[in-house]
Design a protein around this ligand. Structure first.
Ligand SMILES: C[S@@+](CC[C@H](N)C(=O)[O-])C[C@H]1O[C@@H](n2cnc3c(N)ncnc32)[C@H](O)[C@@H]1O
Length: 222
């Protein structure tokens, strides 16, 4: 009988490899926005897990590209990946957020859209991003492609997030992912309520999990 142990990478090497993998999203740290490290890693890993051929991710609410960079870096290297980014780039938003957005937009020293595009270009993902300037509610009807990953982070009022969920989540393909941000938040009630009152009550959505203030669910396979 052979006493040879199976060959495995040591813990240090595994940690090093993991560090190298997450170094890919390092630039996210210097972009203004709202995303914890674990949330950033989750977006990156989810995007990486999408099919290799023509994966499609849609992000509603992009601000200056902090989350877009994580998704884009996860998609990079696949065959014809696409990230559709929807945002009016006018710092508008729900009542609780618009003052903060305006204040932070003033500090940018130029149009938000330019800052967004610059940030994407800096990390080499601009070519895979399809920017759709505008409001999610105005763009939903004409959008007919099946989505592999939908990230909702736009207007956080209950009415708006409910509308985004109703308009956009049916477009997620079987086995695809729905991700929502700010579902655990002292001010924003909307995302939490949509998760509790709608998503968790719908058997279409499985594999629920929380990562800090982010919620992830998967559409049941066909
Ligand atoms: C919380 S920020 C997004 C943060 C970004 N995901 C990040 O990680 O930094 C919300 C963004 O959604 C935009 N927004 C507000 N209402 C929207 C709507 N109806 N459709 C699309 N985007 C909207 C806001 O102007 C803002 O840029």
């Amino acid at each position: 009988m052979s006493t040879k142990k199976p060959w495995r990478l040591g813990t240090r090497a595994q940690l090093l490899l993991r560090g190298l993998r997450y170094a890919q999203i390092l630039p996210y740290a210097s972009i203004d926005g709202w995303l914890s490290i674990d949330e950033a890693i989750t977006l990156f890993e989810l995007a990486r897990a999408l099919p290799h051929e023509r994966p499609l991710a849609v992000e509603i609410g992009c601000w200056q590209g902090k989350s877009s960079v994580c998704l884009g870096r996860g998609l990079r290297g696949k065959n014809t990946p696409r990230l559709v980014c929807i945002d009016p780039f006018d710092a508008s938003g729900d009542q609780q957020s618009s003052d903060v957005y305006q204040h932070r937009a003033n500090a940018v020293g130029g149009p938000l859209r330019s800052a967004f595009e610059h940030n994407l270009a800096e990390v080499g993902v601009r070519e895979l991003v399809d920017v759709r300037p505008g409001y999610s509610q105005d763009l939903a009807e004409e959008f007919r492609e099946p989505i592999d990953l939908l990230f909702l982070d736009g207007d956080h009022s209950f009415d708006a997030i409910q509308r985004d969920y109703r308009d956009w989540s049916p477009k997620v393909r079987a086995g695809g992912f729905l991700v929502m941000h700010d579902v655990v938040h002292p001010v924003h009630e909307g995302p939490r309520r949509v998760v509790e009152e709608m998503i968790k009550q719908d058997p279409t959505w499985v594999e629920h999990r929380y990562i800090d203030s982010m919620f992830v669910a998967r559409k049941v396979a066909a």
